[in-house]
Design a protein around this ligand. Structure first.
Ligand SMILES: NC(=O)c1ccc[n+]([C@@H]2O[C@H](COP(=O)([O-])OP(=O)(O)OC[C@H]3O[C@@H](n4cnc5c(N)ncnc54)[C@H](O)[C@@H]3O)[C@@H](O)[C@H]2O)c1
Length: 262
C-alpha cells in the first residue's frame, strides 16, 4: 500500500451528487484539497457551478466539473456518468449524497410525497450504483459511498418516509458491497449515517422553532451535546474514498456524536 500524507486521494476521480451546498459541497472541497478530481452534480445547476468554480479557483481549473442532474431521472444518470467518465478519464468514487426530507406520519403522509422522497433518497442510490458499477469496474480500486442517516436506526414517527428510505439505503449498500465482493471486484460500498448537521435540510427546524429551541431539540440525545459539522462527514468520505479504507466494505459509519448508542 502506498502511503500518502496530504494527498490522501491523489488520482481518484469522484462523482458526487447533491453537491451544490451542505455536505456535498464540503466533501467536494476536502477531496479536492487531498488531490481528487471531481464531477459535481445537483438539481440546482447554478449553485453547483459556483461550488466547482470556487474549487477550481483554489486548485486549478482542471480539478472540478459541474453539471445539472435530477437524480430521479434514469436517463440522466447514464448521460451524466458518461460525461464524467469522459472528462475525468474514468470514475473511481461515487458519492450518492443528494437527499430530501418530508414530515408526516403513516396516515398523514400522501403517497405522492412518499414516492418523491423514496425516488430521491433510495431509487436514485440504486440507479447510481447500477450505472456507475460498469465504470468503476474499469477503474479499480473503487469506492461507493452512500449518504444515509442516523434516521436509518432511530425512528421518529413524524419522519416515516425519510426513516424508511435511509434504512433501505443501509441495506442496499450492503447488497452492493457483497455483490462486488463475490465478483472479486475491488469496489467497496459503505454507508454513512450522520446525525443532525446544520445544512439546508435542517433549516426548517430553525425557521419553525427559533435558534435556541431548535438547537435544544436537535442536540437532545447526542452525547457530545452539539450539532455535527459538515467537515465531520467530509472526513469520513475522504477516508472511505481513499485506499486507507481498502479493507472496509458493507460497513455503516455513524457520524453522530454517539447518538445512536443511547
Ligand atoms: N444535514 C443533516 O442533518 C443530515 C443528517 C443525516 C443525513 N443527511 C443526508 O445528507 C445528504 C446531504 O444533505 P445536506 O444535509 O447537505 O442537505 P442540503 O439540502 O444542503 O443538500 C442536499 C442537496 O441535494 C440536492 N437535491 C435535492 N433533490 C435533488 C434531486 N432530485 N436531484 C439532484 N439533487 C437534488 C439539493 O439541491 C441540495 O443541494 C442527504 O442525503 C441527507 O439526507 C443530512
Amino acid at each position: 500500500m502506498t502511503h500518502v500524507s496530504a494527498h490522501r486521494v491523489a488520482g481518484k476521480k469522484a462523482f458526487i451528487t447533491g453537491a451544490a451546498g451542505g455536505l456535498g459541497a464540503a466533501m467536494a472541497r476536502l477531496l479536492a484539497r487531498h488531490g481528487a478530481k471531481l464531477f459535481l452534480t445537483d438539481i440546482d445547476e447554478a449553485a453547483v457551478y459556483e461550488v466547482a468554480k470556487a474549487i477550481n479557483a483554489e486548485h486549478g481549473d482542471t480539478v472540478a466539473w459541474s453539471a445539472a442532474q435530477n437524480v430521479r431521472d434514469e436517463d440522466r444518470w447514464q448521460s451524466a456518468l458518461a460525461e464524467a467518465n469522459g472528462v475525468l478519464g474514468g470514475i473511481s468514487v461515487l458519492v450518492n449524497n443528494a437527499g430530501i426530507g418530508a414530515i408526516g406520519g403513516v396516515e398523514s403522509l400522501q403517497p405522492k410525497e412518499w414516492q418523491r422522497v423514496m425516488g430521491v433518497n433510495l431509487d436514485a442510490v440504486y440507479l447510481g450504483c447500477k450505472y456507475a458499477l460498469p465504470l468503476l469496474r474499469q477503474h479499480q480500486p473503487g469506492s461507493i459511498i452512500n449518504i444515509s442517516s442516523m434516521a436509518a436506526f432511530k425512528v421518529d414517527p413524524d419522519y416515516t418516509v425519510y426513516n424508511a428510505s435511509k434504512a433501505a439505503v443501509a441495506s442496499l449498500s450492503k447488497s452492493v458491497a457483497l455483490d462486488c465482493a463475490r465478483q472479486k471486484m475491488d469496489v467497496r460500498c459503505n454507508s454513512i449515517h450522520p446525525s443532525f448537521i446544520r445544512t439546508g435540510i435542517v433549516e426548517p427546524f430553525f425557521e419553525q422553532l427559533g435558534e435556541e429551541e431548535a438547537l435544544k431539540k436537535l442536540t437532545r440525545g447526542v452525547p457530545l451535546r452539539r450539532l455535527g459539522d459538515v467537515d465531520d462527514v467530509a472526513y469520513a468520505v475522504l477516508y472511505l474514498a481513499s485506499d486507507e479504507s481498502r479493507y472496509i466494505t458493507a460497513a455503516e459509519f455513524r457520524i453522530d456524536g454517539g447518538a445512536s448508542a443511547v
